[in-house]
Write a protein that binds this ligand. Structure first.
Ligand code: HEM
Length: 436
């Protein structure tokens, strides 16, 4: 039997489905999923094949490196920022990097960062006033960036004086969904202010990384930050490779965490019963300030985070390309095409989730027989997020620190979303904070 070309929503000449996609990428994909196992659509010139069956998603994720690889478009878009960092590298280089970096992300090692997680969350909350309305997303971005930079470089580095916070902001600005079409289509040299600022930010961060690296290479101090771990690993890494890894952490490791915290706190503000149960757990487990060992016992808090990432997965889709023509059932997906693994769609699929739109952390305490790849906020297979344990620990400790002392109240029950590289709220998320 000859393989069929998958169907999908009707395309217009030239623009394909871009006009439908810009109105709401996630809703577009949810509707498109009704076309079946493999759905073909075209957005901003990219012919895409979206997979909707967990077993197909599993096949792609587990075989990344063999049958599939990261799509060229991602590598191209990130090349000047992260070069051949872990996120984009492939083959033998990726294998060696992953092996070298693994120990820095073991749970025992992430313990070193627990104090900074609690400390930076407390510092942020210390600046709030009872009854004040804060921009939650901005606050969480600052907290997670401080935590990440301390984990990468150590708490003794003068990060603010080195202008690194502003530079990271400029670096990440291109990921904003409204800027995505321009980022994808405009050449690097185009005279567009945010692209120029991004270039300057990369140069600035790079020079800071090299500067700190030089002092590390000449010191024999025993340190536990990520940069020092990479320098101490058996795998010899030259300065350029360490620069690429550091830039990768900056891109991959804080915006995603900030979004997880923002969505978790929004959902808690709308679900007082869940917030009450979570606080009961905090009061039972934590005496004084939260610590690493406490986080291991915060099982309901972890369910809250998991459920928030189900409803609002920061990585709302993953992308791959097949190395040769491949088939899923009867459907042909051609070599090199863009394969979309839509986290958002699977996480809200009625076949796997009862009442999928409802925020119900208790579902994680129940025995379910859903397929493993109906839920993959951190990806899966060999390219699974290396920072998963760090991010989970961070989410639990930051939530614990904030919720022990503060109540979060939000007037609006909806968050307006826009989806670029990550799933982001449109604008900030206003939240009124009350001291408990
Ligand atoms: C809630 C927070 C986070 C989420 C939702 C998240 C999500 C993801 C996902 C979905 C992938 C797989 C991408 C793909 O297969 O195409 C990934 C990979 C990666 N993440 Fe995370 N991430 C988070 C936090 C972090 C942190 C804290 C770090 C590091 C400090 C990090 C570093 C990385 C790196 C380096 C990769 C590439 C791994 C490889 O290809 O071997 N992430 N992340």
């Amino acid at each position: 039997m000859t393989a069929k070309t998958p169907s999908g929503p009707r395309k217009l000449p030239i623009i394909g489905n871009t006009h439908q996609w810009v109105k709401g990428p996630c809703e577009f994909k949810e509707r498109a999923a009704e076309y079946g196992r493999v759905v073909n659509y075209k957005v901003i010139g990219m012919d895409s094949y979206m997979l909707t069956e967990p077993e197909d998603i599993e096949r792609v994720l587990m075989n990344t490196g063999d049958e599939f690889h990261k799509h060229e478009q991602i590598k191209e878009q990130l090349r000047d920022a992260i070069g051949t960092g872990l996120f984009t590298s492939e083959g033998e280089l990726w294998e060696r990097q992953r092996e070298a970096m693994k120990p820095a992300f073991y749970l025992e090692h992430t313990k070193n960062y627990a104090q900074s997680m609690v400390g930076r969350a407390s510092d942020a909350a210390d600046c709030w006033h009872d009854g004040e309305t804060i921009g939650l997303r901005r606050e969480m971005q600052q907290v997670t960036l401080e935590i990440l930079l301390e984990a990468m470089l150590g708490a003794d580095i003068d990060i603010a004086d080195r202008g690194m916070y502003d530079a990271v902001d400029d670096l990440l600005a291109v990921l904003e969904p409204s800027k995505q079409p321009i980022t994808m289509l405009a050449p690097d040299w185009a005279p567009i202010p945010f692209l120029r600022r991004r270039k300057e930010a990369i140069e600035h961060l790079e020079s800071q990384v090299y500067d700190i690296l030089e002092s590390r290479r000449t010191s024999d101090e025993d340190r536990s930050d990520l940069m020092s771990m990479l320098l101490a690993s058996d795998e010899e890494m030259d300065d350029e490779q360490i620069r690429d890894e550091m830039m990768t952490f900056l891109l991959a490791g804080h915006e995603t965490s900030a979004l997880t915290l923002t969505y978790s706190l929004h959902l808690l503000s709308q679900n007082p019963d869940v917030a009450r149960r979570l606080r009961e757990e905090l009061d039972e487990v934590i005496d004084g300030k939260p610590e690493f060992e406490d986080a291991l016992s915060l099982s309901y808090t972890e369910s809250v985070v998991k459920e928030a990432m189900r409803l609002y997965p920061p990585a709302h889709e993953l992308r791959r390309a097949p190395k040769t023509d491949v088939t899923f059932g009867d459907y042909l997906v051609p070599e090199g095409s863009l394969v979309i693994l839509p986290t958002w769609v699977l996480h809200r699929d009625e076949r796997f989730w009862d009442d999928p739109e409802t925020f119900r952390p208790e579902r994680w305490e129940e025995q379910g027989d859903r397929p493993e790849f109906a839920y993959f906020p951190f990806g899966g297979g060999p390219r699974r997020c290396i920072g998963q344990q760090l991010a989970t620990l961070e989410a639990k400790l930051v939530l614990a620190t904030l919720l022990k002392d503060w109540e979060f109240e939000r007037e609006y029950d909806e968050i307006e979303l826009s989806a670029g590289q990550t799933l982001q709220p449109k604008g900030d998320v206003e939240m009124t904070v009350h001291r408990r």
